[in-house]
Design a binder for this molecule. Structure first.
Ligand SMILES: [Zn+2]
Length: 440
């Protein structure tokens, strides 16, 4: 049985991963067999009605016949009990699928829910077609994510996250974790764990800020490494329970490569190539905006303040630079389509020139202009050069070609961090590399 869960939480309480953790414990007591780690599937982060992490859960289990109803009842009552049903915008959904193999159509639905926009109608059509069961609360929107979590079986690149939870009575209070131990854990487990700390600001980022029950979460390449990392972090308050999830976090699964600028759509996250067509301009609140174009169109690209180093890269671009940009497509009111940058791949740099006054032929000193069209004069020896012109000089670009990623603190759950490049799981080779790695 595949059990999908989504949208039980709100900005003021709860977390669907926590409901999944409780469900795992209840199911263990029913002696079911788990066929996979609980799957934590991050869906399209640009869906306008979702403000939080947009993560859905799926548990995949084998059970003896006759247990079916008991399992469903357990899941439903947990969701009812732990959802913030009174909160507007919390619309939980549960999906049950009694199927060994996840149907191809549902896998496609999941990809669309991660990269774009899907509808409840489409979800209900698929659930009916393949004989699944769905239970929705309020406007039932959670069914969309619950089905998408069932459909994303993580056969491609994936990562793991160990989430440690707080005692219920501590939720809402300041989290107490020894920060130095997190920096040390990062040193000892890199590059096989990621997004532990933001090096630009010297800040830990494995502890969330909200009132949810998560104390911290460690992300990494294998279940073993996140467990080892967990052992290195020193919590200064009780850990209630912890669980390892298999997830699409840090895999760039949300990015859709598009061939031309006229194919980009609002609410999608895209990867697209272009040539810088307008020099960067710095706008209030220290955002940087530049434009790129290709034969089909022109769009704005924005690097906001929290993107850190990425903003500096954006500022150093000039017209005619060739780039590949990564990010969410927005349509700000009264403005053109804008890509909110997550990454920039600088493919080729245009030559940059400065125009300078010529130097004196006699003494080598740089000349002074006598006004537009009036020539130049040497301040040292007094010689005048009536028809001399400014000279064009190539200057070296400070910016280097290559891939730049937004600061750790502004990365989306799905953004693949630089640290993961080369560690992607495509097949036996990548897995083997991780397996053979020895913890120091
Ligand atoms: Zn001179």
């Amino acid at each position: 049985m595949h059990i999908g869960l989504d949208d039980t939480d709100s900005t003021r309480k709860g977390c669907t991963t926590y409901v999944a953790a409780l469900l795992v414990e209840k199911l263990e007591k029913l002696n079911v067999t788990f066929l996979d780690y609980p799957n934590l599937i991050r869906l399209n982060p640009n869906v306008p009605w979702k403000t939080r992490g947009n993560g859905a859960l799926c548990l995949r289990i084998k059970h003896t016949s006759g247990l079916e109803d008991k399992i469903k009842e357990t899941a439903i009552s947990l969701v009812e009990e732990h959802s913030d049903l009174a909160f507007k915008g919390t619309d939980p959904g549960i999906v049950f699928f009694q199927n060994v193999e996840v149907p191809e159509d549902i896998k496609v639905f999941a990809k669309n829910a991660i990269m774009g926009i899907v509808t409840l109608k489409e979800a209900m059509r698929l659930i009916k077609k393949f004989g699944g069961e769905a239970l929705g609360f309020k406007n039932c929107r959670g069914i969309i994510g619950a089905l998408a979590a069932v459909g994303e079986t993580l056969e491609g690149d994936h990562t793991f996250e160990l989430i440690a939870y707080r005692l219920p009575e501590n939720c809402g209070l300041k989290r107490k974790v020894d920060e130095a131990s997190i920096f040390e854990m990062d040193e000892l487990t890199r590059p096989y764990t990621f997004n532990n700390v933001d090096t630009e600001k010297g800040r830990v980022i494995i502890t969330p800020r909200g009132p949810d029950p998560i104390l911290f979460g460690v992300r990494g390449e294998t279940p073993e490494i996140v467990k080892k990392a967990f052992g290195l972090v020193k919590p200064l308050e009780s850990v209630d329970r912890w669980l390892v999830f298999r997830t699409n976090q840090g895999t760039d699964a949300h990015l859709k490569r598009v061939a031309a600028l006229n194919q980009i759509e609002q609410y999608n996250s895209v990867v697209v190539k272009g040539v810088v067509s307008r020099n960067p301009r710095i706008i209030p609140l220290r955002h940087v905006i530049f434009s790129i174009k290709d034969e089909t169109g022109e769009v704005d690209c924005a690097a906001y303040e929290p993107t850190g180093a990425l903003r500096k890269v954006a500022r150093d671009l000039i017209v005619d630079d060739s780039v590949e940009v990564y990010g969410a497509v927005r349509k700000p009111a009264g403005k053109p389509l804008t890509i909110n940058l997550e990454k920039i791949n600088v493919l080729a740099l245009a030559p940059k020139f400065v125009f300078q006054n010529p130097v004196c032929e006699k003494c080598g000193k740089r000349l002074k202009s006598m006004g537009k069209g009036k020539g130049f004069r040497c301040e040292k020896c007094g010689t005048r050069f009536g028809d001399a012109r400014k000279v064009q000089t190539a200057v070296e670009r400070e910016l280097k070609a290559g891939l730049y990623v937004t600061s750790t603190r502004s990365q989306r759950h799905l953004t693949k961090p630089l640290r993961r490049y080369g560690l992607e799981k495509h097949g036996a080779e990548a897995e083997g590399m991780i397996e053979n790695w020895q913890f120091p």
